[in-house]
Design a protein around this ligand. Sequence first.
Ligand code: ZN
Length: 557
Amino acid sequence: MDIIETAKKIALENAAKYGKADKGKVVGKLMGLFKERKEEVKELLPKIEEIVGKVNEMPREELKRYEKKKEKVKEERVIRLPNAKEGAVVTRFPPEPSGYLHIGHAKAASINYEGAINYSGRMVLRIDDTNPEKCKAEYEEAIKEDIEWLGIEPSSTSHTSDNMELIYERAKELINKGKAYVCKCSKEEITGNRRAGKACEHRKASKEKNMEEFEKMLSGEYGDGEALLRYVGDMESKNTTMRDPSLARIISREHYRKGSSYVVWPSYDLAVVVMDSKEGITHAIRSKEYELRGELYKSLLNDLSLPDIELIHISRLSVPGYPISKRDMRKLVEEGLVQGWDDPRLLTIRGMKRRGIVAEALRRFSLSFGLGKQENPADLSILLKENRKVLDKRSERYFMVEDGIEIAVEGDVPDIVEVQKKPDSSETRAIIVGTSVLVERSDWESLEDGEVVRLKGLGTFRVEKEAKKLSTVEEERKGLPKLQWIGEEREEVELWRVSKPLNEDGSFNKESLKKSKATVEKAALNIEEGNIIQFERKGFARLDNKERRVFIMSEGQ
Ligand SMILES: [Zn+2]
């Protein structure tokens, strides 16, 4: 490195930034850069001074060119996609509207979304509504609401059912290429043959015959279960998914969006390939349970001469003690063991929201798994910790006492105090003190006679155990026990504490929802239903029902 050249560069940048180059700053920087050659720098001082002088004579406009380029902060991409091009990434989140979204969906949606925005790309929300027996408008609405609540903004929303003609076209293309056939075997025969690795007679039919049969399927000549379009895979493949899987079947039940316009509905495998291609998806990220279907996905793309798509399988989320699959959760809901899909013990997005988990924490938790495939049980306490971090900054503080004892307050006690709502905010709440306060019995019992305590926001007091009295004292030092207390205006509320709904053996945990009574300062009920506050020294709680005065504590196992 040349000292003079470097000096010029520093002087120019310095002048561009501050309007004038400062000799002291330039020399200082040089000394730092040329630690080993300080003597040389000193010798060059007159020359450096000259350079600074020249730079300062330059017109401002010219100096602008030398503005130091903001060093591109190497932004750590949270989700690193293979072969991703900036601005060209398209991902998708394709839920089936056959149930409520849960923590696993939150993970998939967050990763797809983050993956897209990390590369200034797009994420499509695709309602994968090809099963008229399971899909409902109610679920679709809920999905859209939950995605919005999660803070995910899809670039567009599509429905697989809006693309039935395209799907049929692709199916016909497969028939024409000898890659699909219409099978009329019974369910049992199909299962038996697939297990045995044996092909059925229908596989040998000509393309023309298959096309004719498929048209019959489309025109409604066959009833449910009477005919099936199957892929020409490999009946002996070790990957059983490849043993002539179903591509389309007949379901005559009315569809919630399409009515009875269609009776032939594609299987997931066919629909996903057609839709991913149509929507220009570059990276298809899905959970590991689909990994075996990856071979079929790639084969279909190939058979249909469609461009390749990066297929990424990520770990499936499991949380010990919590049912995650739709079926397991449905069981608890239908048996009435939980109150519904939004029960705070369920890890549905609605359940978590009721429990007081905020979207930001859920998204961060979801992203922490990255594209990893390792299937380790997730620890809910990590999510709750993340949640506390987010809530700690934004939630208001109030006092709550569960098992209270009335203690007289004497001395220089104000009638009313203004207590901060948040640590760093000037917003306050007024508390009317009265002649006695309610404190937690366990707190009172742990205090020694004559001890000095601090009642938060009120002052310091000396404990008089026998007389059940607190008298004001002028003593302010660190380390005093701090208690929450309830003044004159108080309200009785119900607290819910939730924990794992399943025992280790999978049975229902009857202790998973505990209800108890508590007393709160009146202001705690002035908040809006659904808001989350912190009960000091107790934890975060969400006002679940204002009329019934129910707070749900977000902590628990
Ligand atoms: Zn058959």
